[in-house]
Design a binder for this molecule. Structure first.
Ligand code: NDP
Ligand code: MG
Length: 384
């Protein structure tokens, strides 16, 4: 069997490095065609030496000289610039794009790859949040070309194997509830960056870790599920499950509910997205029911997690609203991480941006990008 040629965007991030570990463990199964980073030259240079891809792109153009110096003698073509990443998504020869960029930067690469008829393994959920409506036109024949890496959506995909003829009644998206699930409401105003960056079950990049603390992440995931699985929004529900063992569930018309389980390890859904519908061996801890004491579930508390409500409202409104929500959230999270705003102002900034920015033009890639830019500028300017 020929190896699967992978173009890996965001190779220096949390998902990117775990993807490379999978590839390293299966050299006969996968080949890295290209790797990309924003500015982490040290790690990118090491990845170039270890994996010998055909090309590597550093988005930050000022870092190319440093990347050359750190890489030394190499046959890998070294280049720079975000536009170069976009061109490679269209022009490079590869079998699957693993999009592990963070935020809006991942949207255009997904567009370019899908438009060129390529398969996309999608970690960048923001692609579907901002552009689900536009992207769905490239994915009409099911999700054949767009395979989720997100653990919840991978769980759903796994539950749906063999169920192609059976309509889904409900999707139950599990959520750990993050580090502030039980924090008294009056203490929420004192939440620090350090506390918010400590997720109880998963180790991830900083943006998604804050999104998990505010539960905006679950809102983004409901929007992601809406576009991937094509169900009315009322039929997609978040359920708090603090142990993060059940990664999500599907209820069918006969009342039967299927769940997918495992200890939290993103390598499982990353690898599944690369090999779907097949499975290959993976060295990850197996479920041990003799030591698993309990699996618990509860309803989401919207007062505690206003970001989740804002996300649900945005997808119900449709149009530009999810893109505005995403842009304002990226800025608000960035401002919180820089200690410019307190934790409780994240939803305030998102809500005000949604109220302020309401484009009346048709939805296209260009107008979406303009709305994103406008929302970012507004969210950055808000003084609460
Ligand atoms: P990280 O922040 O760890 O990594 C992001 C990667 O993207 C890095 O390689 C970074 O480069 C690169 N990057 C950042 N900004 C830009 C830009 N403007 N242009 C080009 N490259 C850029 O993120 P994660 O790996 O945690 O998350 C990636 C995606 O996967 C997100 O959409 C997230 O929601 C999703 N996801 C992540 C999970 C996880 O466990 N981490 C779980 C489920 C989904 P550099 O290192 O140089 O900054
Ligand atoms: Mg997830």
């Amino acid at each position: 069997m020929e190896p699967i040629n992978v173009l890996l965007l965001g190779s220096t991030g949390s998902i990117g490095t775990q993807t490379l570990e999978i590839i390293r463990a299966n050299p006969e199964k996968f080949r890295v065609v290209g790797v990309t980073a924003n500015s982490n030259c040290e790690l990118l240079a090491k990845q170039i030496r270890d994996f010998k891809p055909e090309f590597a792109v550093i988005a930050n153009e000022g870092k190319l000289a440093q990347l050359r110096e750190l890489t030394g003698q190499t046959e890998t073509e070294l280049c720079s610039g975000y536009d170069e990443i976009l061109d490679r998504c269209t022009d490079a020869k590869y079998d699957v794009l693993l999009n592990a960029l963070v935020g809006f930067s991942g949207f255009l690469p997904t567009v370019k790859a899908l438009k060129s008829g390529k398969k996309v393994a999608l970690a960048n959920k923001e692609s579907l949040v901002v552009g689900g409506e536009l992207l769905s036109s490239y994915t009409k024949d099911g999700i054949k070309n767009l395979i989720p890496v997100d653990s919840e959506h991978s769980a759903i995909l796994q539950c749906l194997v063999g169920e192609e003829q059976n309509p889904i009644e409900k999707l139950l998206i599990t959520a750990s509830g993050g580090p502030f699930r039980t924090t008294p409401l009056e203490e929420m105003k004192n939440i620090t960056v350090e506390k918010a960056l400590k997720h109880p079950n998963w180790s991830m990049g900083s943006k998604i870790t804050i999104d998990s603390a505010t539960m905006m992440n679950k809102g983004l995931e409901i929007i992601e599920a809406y576009w991937l699985y094509n169900l009315p929004i009322e039929n997609i529900e978040a359920v708090i499950h603090p142990q993060s063992i059940i990664h999500s569930m599907v209820t069918f018309k006969d009342g039967s509910t299927k769940a997918q389980m495992g200890y939290p390890d993103m390598k499982v859904p990353i690898q599944y997205a690369l090999t779907w519908p097949d499975r290959i061996p993976l060295d990850t801890p197996r479920m041990d029911f003799s030591t698993l004491n309990e699996l618990t579930f509860s309803e989401v508390d919207y007062e505690r997690f206003p970001c989740l409500r804002l996300a649900l409202n945005a997808i119900s409104e449709g149009g530009f609203a999810p893109a505005i929500l995403n842009a304002a959230n990226e800025i608000a999270v960035h401002r919180f991480l820089n200690k410019d705003i307190p934790y409780i102002h994240i939803p305030v900034i998102v809500e005000r941006s949604l109220a302020k920015i309401q484009p009346t033009v048709n939805l296209t890639i260009e107008t979406l990008m303009e709305a994103d830019t406008e929302a970012r500028a507004f969210a950055a300017s808000i003084r609460v």
